[in-house]
Design a protein around this ligand. Sequence first.
Ligand SMILES: CCCCCCCCCCCCCCCC(=O)SCCNC(=O)CCNC(=O)[C@H](O)C(C)(C)COP(=O)(O)OP(=O)(O)OC[C@H]1O[C@@H](n2cnc3c(N)ncnc32)[C@H](O)[C@@H]1OP(=O)(O)O
Ligand SMILES: O=C(CO)COP(=O)(O)O
Length: 573
Amino acid sequence: MSSSGCNRGFKSTQTRYYISTILNSVSLLQCEDPSGYKQEDEFMDILEERRRSSDLGHALRTFTPTPYRGAPPLSAGALNRTVLESQYLRYVTKEVAMETGESVDLVREEASGILDEMSQNLQLGFIRLLGFTLSKVFKRLFSHININQEGLNRLQQAIQESPVILMPNHRSYVDFLVLSYILFTYDLPIPVIAAGIPLMDMKMVGEILRRSGAFFIRRAIGSDKLYWAVLSEYVKTIVRTGYAPVEFYVEGLRSRTLKSLTPKLGMMHMVLEPFFKGEVYDITLVPISISYDRVLEESLLAHELLGVPKPRETTMGLLKARRVLEEDYGSMHVYFGMPLSVRQLTKGRVDRCEYNLLPRDLPQRPSVETQECVSWLAQQVIRTQTLWLKGLAISFGARLDWPEQPPENQVMASSMALHRSVIRCHQGCVTLLEEEGPVGAGPFTTEEGVVRRARAVLMVAAYRNQALHVFIRPAMLALAIHTTRSSQREDIYSYFRFLLDLFSNDFIFITGRSSQDFEEACSLLRKCGAVQTSQQEVTSPEEGQRTTSFLRALLQPFIDAYQVCGGLNVRFK
Ligand SMILES: CCCCCCCCCCCCCCCC(=O)SCCNC(=O)CCNC(=O)[C@H](O)C(C)(C)COP(=O)(O)OP(=O)(O)OC[C@H]1O[C@@H](n2cnc3c(N)ncnc32)[C@H](O)[C@@H]1OP(=O)(O)O
Ligand SMILES: O=C(CO)COP(=O)(O)O
């Protein structure tokens, strides 16, 4: 059951399944806008109530969430025992003992140790404590925390009907804090959350997080068979019992560039397996899109992009970071997407009969078809997280969340004030801030100057990245028209596909959807008068040049980076 063995098979036979996956994803995506964005969704600011009434009252109020239908209450200890006693873990324990020559008891002890390290110990008292603290902190940091109430209603409904998996995008440490805070505020079951193990090592804080629902997973599991078995049985038991919603960050870490990251598939496989094995009727995935006017870690993330190692997560570091409380971070926006039924999404994609061939308790390698389906689902969720922003931009007409009041110059001024650490307005032009050296320290050395400038550029670029998904397809079309210097649809499409391939690590594209992506790009550019299309041709009229050159410019930094890496000069001339 080694992971490498399993995946070697996958790669070599991948093409056999390629065509059917393409056809399936096409038909599914044609059905509806997968973002589930609804124009009538109204946003409300959860801090408004917090500014009017007592935080202590909020933290101590009656909390009576309605759990998943029929889900029995299960203590953390009982959950651990269920996992340890499972047929699956017993089987793997024996296998590992045979392979390593250790005694079964010893391997069981190891499994128990892994479980102790991993398991959450959710307690309402700690949720209340954090609830109180976070009310104070959020009010200091943010002007508003906007959420779509309708999305919460949909989530509440989904929780009653099947086990729910919350899948937010990940941009900041604030993400997981705010989500549990929102669910607590709206009397919804508190989720258990997959957390990277470094957070566990923070003195006191690690334990507080564990008691607030975090379960800790090693970041790179590799081929540790026993660890995979304990983790997957732990996650599957939670899903099977519907004990609590499971939350995990499918991107695996905070995106340093604010672009969506390629999904990690380990957790995705685990949460879906109870459905594939017919142990639950359905599972609901809820994509959640979180965005910030200003990200708390903006400067640290930019430094990391420049190669400065990430500071270790420590309690002392957290205490030192308290000066962030003096800053203004604008608003944050949380959009709970349309719940996605795994049963419906996988219809026709996965043949669950294969799971009838072996007893459910035995480990079973997922088929290629299942692996492709899981990967497609993960891409789909990430795409959905960002499509919301696109829907929002379009629905505002001006493509921006731009308030009607106050006047435009005040809106601009307040936006610039929010980002004053990196930009300034000088003689009517917005420029990057050229920082001066510390008082008395003389001017920066050349190297310091370069790093400071790069840091500012990266911070600004990250905010551009946040909106890039809105423009990526039209921008690739604009670039394809410009580079091929052809008006033949076929040539342009071929180049567009090259770009899809090239940028497949930079942006989330759904596998096998290139022709829809191309048509969508044509349609958007046609709408704004930047291209004209016929069956054979795609042309860019003179009056569309302003739009197309802006769109090409958006991609230029990415192209520059690939050109620096070499080998692409010919195709970009
Ligand atoms: C009122 C107020 C309240 C406030 C209350 C606050 C609450 C506060 C709570 C705090 C909460 C903090 C939350 C922090 C948020 C994060 O810390 S985010 C970071 C942690 N989370 C994640 O990473 C989740 C997503 N990651 C994954 O799913 C990863 O796959 C895993 C599971 C971590 C494993 O990572 P990995 O070892 O790098 O593995 P991965 O590359 O996915 O797969 C390796 C190989 O194993 C194979 N494999 C997969 N499954 C298996 C298997 N079962 N057996 C064998 N092989 C397998 C894969 O197919 C893959 O093969 P290749 O394709 O590479 O050939
Ligand atoms: O995602 C994490 C916790 O939120 C930890 O990973 P990074 O610090 O690498 O983003």
